[in-house]
Design a protein around this ligand. Structure first.
Ligand SMILES: Nc1nc2c(c(=O)[nH]1)N[C@H]1C(S)=C(S)[C@@H](COP(=O)(O)OP(=O)(O)OC[C@H]3O[C@@H](n4cnc5c(=O)[nH]c(N)nc54)[C@H](O)[C@@H]3O)O[C@H]1N2
Ligand SMILES: Nc1nc2c(c(=O)[nH]1)N[C@H]1C(S)=C(S)[C@@H](COP(=O)(O)OP(=O)(O)OC[C@H]3O[C@@H](n4cnc5c(=O)[nH]c(N)nc54)[C@H](O)[C@@H]3O)O[C@H]1N2
Ligand SMILES: [Mo]
Length: 767
């Protein structure tokens, strides 16, 4: 199913992030996707106040954008959506589903945009075209026959605020809070950890803070690939001499140096900006230990200052006025041994002390982080540890300081803001009841892991996917794919053909939708939508490309189509009116969430976006104690429950610049110098010697969990790479069969994709 190791080519990646390599990549994908010239000009409107908001990552969109406010990754995402390649009913006439199952993920999506609604025909083993009306009627009839508690409404974080609001309402009117979101596999550890400690579920940093900061800590986020526009802010900060201290097991190109592809001088001279001033190759799962070390060093410096009668290192005024639990945290830090910290973090005491020294000499520190912290058994604790670190010197709620989780999908944060949540306490249910006159369900819904459990138990009767490629993104692929085929009904609202269309339920529908970059006309009028970025700013977005086909419906129209066919009419919910004019959906959103969205239609075009109120940004703490909370970590060990012992390696899964999640643009990883195959593992030279492996040798990985389930991926080629000893890296989603479903973060249930203990065997013969 995946391209094979015969095609593998390994080169030493010496190029900086950005630079000519980046320009070449963008040109290649525009040509390969046959993007019409007029549409390639669209890139100039990307992330501009009156343009469209990129469908790639969620990074902030400035009020005064660069002339080219897009990056290599964003340009690829635009090309992928505005491609002129398309598939209709004839494609599915020619290929059975069984035949398509043999195609790899890249080839499936590379067929181009889906254009017609499809229903699976089991006799022919083919998808066949169906009319929109028939599709809605059949789906509605089926849903009316199911137990509402056993139907799942998943969303991948791309759909607009308008669509998401309608979708959440559909689920609640139908009778459940089963609204898992890609966020459940992503930053849910943030939403839980930050809410508990600083009282907001999202980051506090704004773009302008990058201009005021004097130190940036960077944990487990691959900026050069996954949020490259942030490199502009980092490059500018570096020019001002701001230190950037990185914790990452891999030396990622974009965190090492950057050539701005939008600067003619840099491009001609090849000038590079070194990004990280310190680079700590922490062991995967070792961040809690590393931050304990930082805090230990900070307390030691404070002791010394105190003893010398010098100015305290700790911000005592802030700590006394604004925080709770310092004494317990301090006691835990002092009791913690350097030997344990070194063992669990994989870092030397001296290295952590030098990072702490920079922290202590900076007056405004921000902490940026990504999946390297959240996708762990201790994911929530990792986030709380970042907060501990920041609080010691009052680095929350002042200019240039704060916490900056880098969100994934372009509207994943916004979906949560407008009601897509399985947690009833996070939705304004009383307000919804008053506004729409029905009794919303009050019990807990299923999150992603619980939806998987329900599917494995054979309980889930229908799965509706608003975007995404669920079965490919989740852990436990072996069991999940088998169980998936027994779900009575699966419906996927999609733009491209993906694995989840082929691994389908007994009855299965594919509903093709417009993408955000396309012009969405309703009753002849062009509509706009809105999204929320990673810094909690809301932006309007206008589609600008002609739709790839006239047969597509918009996401709001599809949600309304399902709703009308499923629900009893409610005079207070006029789905047709909403679809006819999205401004009326925004009015409804403003009525449900007046604090955030008052005057929504007037404010949606504010350059730079309008921000949702965040108490913590102004030192108002909506926590249990009314103060910012210190947290004592439960354990230092990164992987407390999946310990395989000496015979195992710790695997962490990462993304390449050739993918957006399960969307594989190409089999190349330019930044890591691996071409032609994604079936690889990155391994240190010392471990290669220990296992007597040479570059290109083929190995199998088997999960070390001893729970009676065999989890294996075979035929992975070894790539020598600078990875901490005892650890290996490989690609998401190819390695997802190795992750047990129960191996997830405590509290947030984010699958622990960044620390999987595995046993390595030579392919073909167990060693
Ligand atoms: N081009 C592109 N852009 C994307 C995406 C994409 O696939 N492609 N995906 C989008 C989505 S949904 C998301 S969530 C984001 C993801 O963006 P990131 O958060 O950057 O996600 P990853 O690539 O999974 O890996 C994060 C980094 O964590 C490091 N890491 C792994 N384990 C640890 C650890 O234990 N500690 C530390 N400190 N570091 C660790 C890895 O080496 C890697 O550099 O990007 C979004 N943007
Ligand atoms: N091992 C491992 N597993 C992981 C991760 C990891 O780092 N390691 N990361 C996790 C993370 S952070 C995430 S967010 C999830 C991602 O999980 P998902 O969000 O479920 O997956 P995507 O790959 O983003 O979904 C791609 C599909 O979305 C559809 N699509 C694209 N654009 C649109 C649109 O505008 N509208 C609609 N309706 N559909 C559209 C296309 O059909 C495409 O095939 O994976 C998680 N899984
Ligand atoms: Mo994500």
């Amino acid at each position: 199913m995946s391209k094979h190791s015969e095609d593998l080519r390994i080169e030493n990646p010496t190029m900086p992030a950005g630079g000519w390599g980046s320009v070449q990549e963008v040109t290649t994908i525009l040509l390969h996707q046959r993007v019409p010239l007029k549409d390639s000009r669209l890139l100039l409107r990307q992330n501009k106040p009156d343009g469209f908001m990129c469908v790639s990552c969620a990074w902030a969109k400035p009020a005064n954008p660069h002339p080219f406010e897009f990056c290599e990754s964003g340009a690829k995402a635009t090309a992928w959506e505005t491609t002129s390649k398309a598939i209709g009913a004839d494609f599915f006439e020619r290929h059975t589903v069984t035949e398509l199952e043999a195609w790899d993920d890249h080839r499936l999506e590379d067929q181009g945009r889906l254009t017609v609604p499809l229903r699976y025909d089991a006799q022919l083993d083919k998808y066949r075209e169906i009319s929109w009306d028939a599709a809605f009627a059949e789906i509605g009839a089926a849903l009316r026959g199911f137990d509402p508690k056993q139907v799942v409404f998943y969303s991948s974080g791309r759909a607009s605020l308008e669509t998401s609001y309608m979708y959440a309402l559909l689920a609640r009117m139908y009778g459940n809070n089963n609204l898992p979101d890609s966020s459940n596999m992503c930053h849910e550890s943030t939403s839980v950890g930050l809410k508990k400690t600083i009282g907001v579920p999202v980051g506090t940093v704004l773009l302008e803070d990058f201009e005021k900061t004097d130190c940036i800590f960077f944990f487990g986020q691959n900026v050069g690939v996954n949020s490259p526009r942030m490199l502009h802010q980092l490059q500018e900060a570096r020019r001002r001499g701001v230190p950037i201290i990185t914790f990452n097991p891999l030396r990622e190109r974009g965190l090492v140096s950057f050539t701005n592809p939008q600067s003619p001088t840099e491009m001609l001279t090849g000038a590079e900006t070194p990004i990280s001033t310190q680079y700590h190759q922490v062991k995967p799962g070792g961040d809690t230990a590393a931050i304990m070390g930082l805090c230990k060093a900070i307390f030691a410096r404070d002791d010394a200052a105190h003893a010398a009668g010098a100015q305290r290192v700790l911000d005592m005024d802030f700590l006394l006025e604004h925080t709770h639990g310092l004494a317990e945290f301090e006691a835990a830090v002092r009791a913690c041994d350097w030997a344990d910290i070194e063992r669990e973090s994989g870092l030397r005491r001296a290295a952590l002390e030098s990072a702490a020294e920079v922290y202590c000499s900076s007056s405004a520190v921000m902490a940026v982080y990504g999946m390297g912290l959240t996708q762990h058994r201790n994911g929530v604790q990792n986030v709380a540890m970042v907060v501990n670190l920041l609080l010691l010197r009052g680095n929350v709620g002042k200019p240039g300081a704060g916490v900056c989780p880098v969100r994934g999908h372009s509207n994943v944060q916004g979906q949560r803001t407008v009601g897509i949540t399985e947690k009833p306490e996070l939705a304004p249910l009383d307000k919804i009841k008053e506004q729409y006159g029905f009794e919303p369900p009050r019990e807990q819904g299923m999150n992603t892991v619980e939806a998987c459990e329900g599917i494995l138990a054979g309980k889930v009767q229908a799965f509706i996917g608003l975007g995404g490629n669920f079965v490919r993104a989740v852990p436990e692929r072996g069991l999940m794919e088998a169980a998936w085929r027994d779900i009575p009904l699966t419906v996927q609202v999609s733009t491209k053909l993906n694995r989840n269309h082929l691994v389908h339920g007994k009855a299965s529908y594919i509903l093709p939708c417009l993408g955000r970059i396309e012009i969405d006309r309703q009753r002849g009028v062009e509509q706009a939508v809105t999204i929320e970025d990673s810094t909690a700013c809301m932006h309007g977005s206008r589609g600008m490309a002609e739709p790839v086909a006239t047969t597509l419906l918009s996401e709001p129209a599809i949600v309304a189509g399902i709703a009308k066919a499923t629900l009893a009419p409610n005079p207070r919910v006029d789905w047709d009116r909403w679809v006819g004019d999205y401004a009326t959906v925004r009015d409804a959103i403003a009525e449900t969430y007046p604090d955030i969205f008052h005057d929504f239609n007037a404010r949606m075009w504010t350059p730079g976006g309008f921000r949702k109120p965040l108490g913590a940004a102004h030192r108002v703490w909506k926590t249990e104690s009314g103060k910012a909370e210190f947290t004592v970590p439960e354990a230092l060990a990164g992987n407390p429950d999946l310990k395989g012992g000496a015979a195992t390696l710790r695997l962490f899964t990462v993304r390449s610049d050739g993918q957006f999640n399960t969307t594989i643009y190409s089999h190349d990883d330019r930044f890591r110098g691996v071409y032609g195959s994604r079936m690889v593992i990155f391994m240190g030279r010392a471990d290669m010697a220990k296992y007597a492996l040479a570059q290109g040798d083929l190995v199998d990985l088997r999960c070390a969990a001893d729970d009676g389930v065999e989890r294996r991926v075979s035929g992975l080629a070894v790539v020598p790479y600078d990875v901490p000893q005892g650890c290996i890296a490989g690609y998401f989603p190819e390695l997802n069969p190795l992750i047990p479903l129960w191996h997830h973060a405590k509290e947030s249930k984010v699958p622990a994709a960044k620390a999987i203990d595995v046993v390595l065997e030579r392919s073909g013969r167990p060693s």
